[in-house]
Write a protein that binds this ligand. Sequence first.
Ligand SMILES: NC(=O)c1ccc[n+]([C@@H]2O[C@H](COP(=O)([O-])OP(=O)(O)OC[C@H]3O[C@@H](n4cnc5c(N)ncnc54)[C@H](O)[C@@H]3O)[C@@H](O)[C@H]2O)c1
Length: 258
Amino acid sequence: MGRLSNKRIMITGAAHGIGRAIAEACVREGAAVLLYDREAEALGQLADALRDHGHDVLAELGDITDRQALEAAVSRAREAWGPLTTLVNNAGVNVFHAPLQMPDAAWEQCLRVDLEGAWTCSRTVLPDMLANGDGSIINIASTHAFSIIPGCFPYPVAKHGLIGMTRALGVEYAGQGVRVNAIAPGYIATPAVEAHWRSFEDPVGAKARIEAILPPGRLGRPEEVAMSVVFLASDEAPFINATCLTIDGGRSVVYHDA
Ligand SMILES: NC(=O)c1ccc[n+]([C@@H]2O[C@H](COP(=O)([O-])OP(=O)(O)OC[C@H]3O[C@@H](n4cnc5c(N)ncnc54)[C@H](O)[C@@H]3O)[C@@H](O)[C@H]2O)c1
């Protein structure tokens, strides 16, 4: 028996990076997993690989801002397995600008995906969770949810909001058996972060500068976030609600670099 063998888990942004590691960790612990992503090829490859290992997986192509696609995906999972027990709101995009230089469309893109998308997914699964009196939502926020790096606007606005949503929904529905928590990763080595290094003139130097300010001297690995998702999604965390677990190697408590 795995730690999640009684769970039916939807993971958004499951095709790459942290979402993919979460999917792999959840199926290893016995969960049935609904993979949801907007990138068809990577999504299909992951689903095939997991099925080849005997795991119970559904793959649904869609965008987290598309309510109809979400409803359809959740209803197919309900038909296959019964109602979802768990949602991991992982899909997100880095939108980094100096505030006044930000193109108009960037604000909407960032807030629509990184904040509203998580709400759209949550409102799609919550009715089943409330009807069952059992559910857990895990929002992948960021250390940008409480610290600011200049020039990264409006990403931290959305991630601060995601913590607010975590708290609000966690308090609202705890009495009906639904927990809502967040995880705030620091620098984790994923395709999104690789793209971030490439935005610098000297990508190798940019990465080395960040490694030097992280207490463990390295970036985090996607699996290191996934392990905490397994814990929060499991029955080992029944009284953990409306809170946020930081996974950043200790960087966010450093007063300043010596
Ligand atoms: N990597 C980090 O250092 C880091 C740090 C803090 C927080 N995060 C957060 O973790 C989450 C995952 O980040 P990552 O680094 O693995 O990113 P990534 O870009 O490597 O992977 C993101 C996945 O989400 C999917 N996706 C993006 N927008 C989508 C949408 N609108 N609908 C459906 N799917 C969508 C992409 O196709 C991709 O598969 C994000 O919410 C990000 O903000 C990452």
